[in-house]
Design a protein around this ligand. Structure first.
Ligand SMILES: Nc1ncnc2c1ncn2[C@@H]1O[C@H](COP(=O)(O)OP(=O)(O)OP(=O)(O)O)[C@@H](O)[C@H]1O
Length: 521
């Protein structure tokens, strides 16, 4: 293990990177990056989408081989490069990658298992299922995660999935929770991107506890408020180059954002005009489902309607039902005054209802396909001429949206899986929002998206609403509702329980409304 008492006493660097470059088929994702990570501190690694953060982390994890000429020191020891997953682990690096790295179709226990674990000592027989479950149950308990080791990862909500991914990184440690954290270097790539607000606080509090115990963390996030709250040190990449390496204490949230973006970001919180008077576009009555307990709602042409609520309130189920991805158990829906009962997202799209689903990796982006195919998926009718696909028209259509949504690199033929996480998200939003229609459903549309792109997406959504589209936005990030929504509905355990309009659409009030419902439980 890398920690020695001397290290802790002297506050020496936990990790030092020198001259790190990484080139992917001619494209430089990292360009001569050098910085140090102080021991016992939280270092925020920031940068816009595609700036090279995940690439740097994957070099540390031994997933990518750096270009020649780099040097890496961990706990004062020069590491042979390239790293391998084993040398990284032995050096005390523990990772939670952006996609969490769990396989949905396997159980938690199977996700924990790796070569030669869980055999009875001195035997060469098959892996002991009982031992495996015991080990996994004990690790989950250390992290206070109450879920059965035999549960399928695909059945977990995003929060549990994240927690399980984190616990797995520490399954070898003797110590529990914070102690295990504290003796390693913990590298977290956007751990809160897909988590609801109240869970984010849980993660941040445990990181603060970890820091108080001398833990060292590298923390990637696009959420500047979080960074300001927990980080001591700031390292910023732009286009693969290091552009800032400084303490955070004196900086405000706006200073951090402008350092990341490279310019001051003007706040474009244009006050909405209040409830719009357009025709009702989408209406739902008495919708029930796994969580929903009879939801009635109406959204009008030109209106942006927010749906907020605590974890498990049924927000995503509501969006899935409206988008045709799930059938309601009962209830009735209408689109432009006519009965609307889509049996698939494709039927919904054909009727004019598009959706950005909550989980990009599971439901949004089709990784083995190109950016162009992902953008035009389900829209090919728009690009046919005399019954045949017009490839040129399709490519141009994709290029227009790539530009409008600032997808980088602007290459329609690139596999979407090779794009950075935030750029994959922009493609999914472009597919839903780029083709008109009558209603747009957004579930956490800006997760993993940088501050500038977030603003651009908000402006596009505003423009679409101004053109008459009806928009429903489900989010756990209350900031997203402010300045964007005309009305926000609060959903609590499957029921709509409150509504905010006008001045009441502010972060504090919305948080209060949600908390009041939770407290009344
Ligand atoms: N395997 C790969 N092959 C080719 N290009 C890649 C590969 N992985 C990353 N890139 C490119 O390297 C650049 C940096 O990507 P990276 O994922 O490191 O960005 P990031 O800063 O983590 O972004 P985000 O905030 O969106 O997650 C991007 O232009 C991306 O398209």
């Amino acid at each position: 293990m890398i920690t020695s008492d001397t290290d802790v006493r002297t506050g020496s660097d936990a990790l030092r990177i020198e001259n790190l470059s990484k080139t992917f088929s001619g494209q430089r994702a990292l360009n001569e990056v050098s910085f140090a990570v102080p021991r016992g501190k939280i270092t925020a690694l920031l940068g816009m989408n595609g700036s090279g953060k995940s690439t740097l982390i994957k070099v540390l994890a031994g997933v990518y081989q750096p270009d020649p000429g780099a040097a890496l020191t961990i706990g004062g020891t020069a590491m042979p490069l390239p790293m391998t997953p084993r040398t990284a682990h032995e050096a005390g690096l523990r990772f939670l990658h952006q996609d969490v790295g769990l396989v949905d179709s396997l159980t938690i226990a199977d996700n924990f298992a790796f070569v030669d674990r869980f055999r009875a000592p001195g035997t060469f027989g098959p892996i002991s299922k009982r031992r495996q479950h015991e080990h996994v149950a004990a690790t989950l308990e250390k992290f206070a995660i109450s879920v059965h080791p035999g549960a399928l990862v695909g059945s977990l909500n995003p929060t549990l999935r994240t927690m399980v991914g984190l616990a797995r990184a520490f399954q070898d440690e003797e110590e529990s929770g914070v102690q295990a954290f504290a003796k390693n270097i913990v590298v977290l790539d956007e751990p809160t991107a897909s988590l609801p607000v109240e869970e984010v606080d849980t993660i941040l509090t445990s990181l603060e506890e970890l820091k108080a115990n001398g833990g060292t963390v590298i923390y990637v996030s696009h959420r500047t408020e979080e960074v300001k709250r927990i980080a001591d040190q700031l390292v910023i990449l732009r286009d693969g180059k290091l552009v800032a390496d400084e303490p955070i204490a004196e900086l405000g949230v706006d200073d951090i954002v402008s350092r990341v973006v490279g310019k001051r970001l003007e706040k474009t919180r244009i006050p909405r005009r209040g409830l719009r008077e357009g025709d009702v576009v989408l209406a739902a009555q008495g919708i029930t489902g796994r969580r929903l307990r009879g939801v009635d709602l109406k959204v009008r042409s030109g209106e942006i309607l927010g749906v907020a609520g605590l974890v498990g309130c049924g927000r995503s189920e509501l969006i899935r039902i409206l988008a045709g991805a799930q059938s309601p158990s009962s209830g009735h829906m209408e689109l432009a005054g006519k009965s609307y009962a889509p049996d698939s997202p494709a039927t919904a799209i054909a009727a004019g209802v598009s959706c950005v689903p909550q989980e990009r990796r599971r439901e949004g982006a089709v990784l083995p396909m190109s950016v162009r195919e992902n953008i035009t998926l389900g829209r090919l009718k728009t690009f046919t001429r005399n019954g045949a696909l017009d490839g040129r028209k399709e490519r141009n259509g994709a290029l227009r949206l790539i530009e409008q949504f600032s997808v980088k690199p602007a290459d329609p033929s690139r596999l979407i899986g090779l794009l950075s996480g935030g750029n994959q998200q922009k493609v999914v939003v472009a597919r839903a929002a780029g083709f008109g229609g009558t209603a747009l459903l957004l579930d956490e549309p800006t997760q993993g998206v940088d501050a500038l792109a977030k603003q651009e997406i908000a402006n596009i959504v505003r423009g679409l609403a101004a053109d008459g589209l009806a928009v429903i936005l489900a989010s756990t990030d209350f900031e997203e509702f402010v300045g964007l929504c005309d009305r926000v509905l609060i959903l609590d355990r499957g029921r709509l329980v409150a509504e905010a309009t006008g001045e009441d659409i502010n972060e504090e009030h919305l948080a209060l409304l949600c908390a009041q419902q939770g407290a009344a439980a």
